[in-house]
Design a protein around this ligand. Sequence first.
Ligand SMILES: Nc1ncnc2c1ncn2[C@@H]1O[C@H](COP(=O)(O)OP(=O)(O)OP(=O)(O)O)[C@@H](O)[C@H]1O
Ligand SMILES: [Mg+2]
Length: 270
Amino acid sequence: MSEDLAVEPLVEVSGISVRFGSFLALDNLSLRVMPGEVYGLLGPNGAGKTTTIKVLMGLVAPSLGSVKVCGFDPLFQPVDVKSRIGYVAENSIVYESLSPRDFFEFVVSMRKTDKAAANRVVSGLAEVFDLAQYFDSPIATLSKGLKQKVALIAAFIHQPPVLLLDEPLNGLDAKSSRVVKDLMTLHVQRGGAVLFSTHIMEIAEHLCTRIGIIDHGKLIAEGTLEQLRTKTDGKDSSLEEVFLKLTNEDAAVAERTKVLREAFFGNEAH
Ligand SMILES: Nc1ncnc2c1ncn2[C@@H]1O[C@H](COP(=O)(O)OP(=O)(O)OP(=O)(O)O)[C@@H](O)[C@H]1O
Ligand SMILES: [Mg+2]
């Protein structure tokens, strides 16, 4: 999507650094997500994806730099920001003793959103996620994927312009993953924005309008798959190949494959 100067970004991260004690988790990171964009954050484990999303939610304070969501600052205008975000955490904390029905009612009342519209969202999403039969079971008794569906529905209840989804397909079966991908696409078609993290390269490859690669807290590359390919020499490379090259993990992967072969097959491996 071209960045029309008249259009304001829905998510703007400007030069943020985050420290946990002496450890620098994010190092001068900047990115923007415009209306209509699905922006995928990729990066090795521990790279800083969750930390970036937490800064946008106001859950972690940057030591340098600033962030804006729909023009509001998460630390100083938390209510304005939270009402405009649908957030799914990496490890969603939903109230396990409640049933999905009670939990959604609780979220609707907290959100002070239009009840009829919220109920339409809940029943529509419950139907497409095949969740209706579990509506009165305690969340504690639901499987991992079913809990993830509850977290996703709760994030959509107030129909926010910005979706911040930390590994949203975690635990979902193929059909439900497809639903989430469709929801993300529909959301940006209505002018919203999605920032999500994933380790699933095929999903990022097919779904994202732009991809940002984080490594050791730094944004090391950003753009469409085509643009990322130009940073490596692979004209027809998959996103996985491009990602491994850009994060300098392609040589490490080859070395680990060799070690594994030797561990399994001994000298026969040669
Ligand atoms: N509260 C904390 N205190 C100390 N260190 C932290 C804290 N939160 C995160 N970190 C560290 O910051 C770094 C970035 O963590 P983060 O969770 O953002 O990574 P990630 O890219 O989301 O990784 P993953 O792919 O495993 O989810 C890691 O080294 C992590 O150990
Ligand atoms: Mg994470």
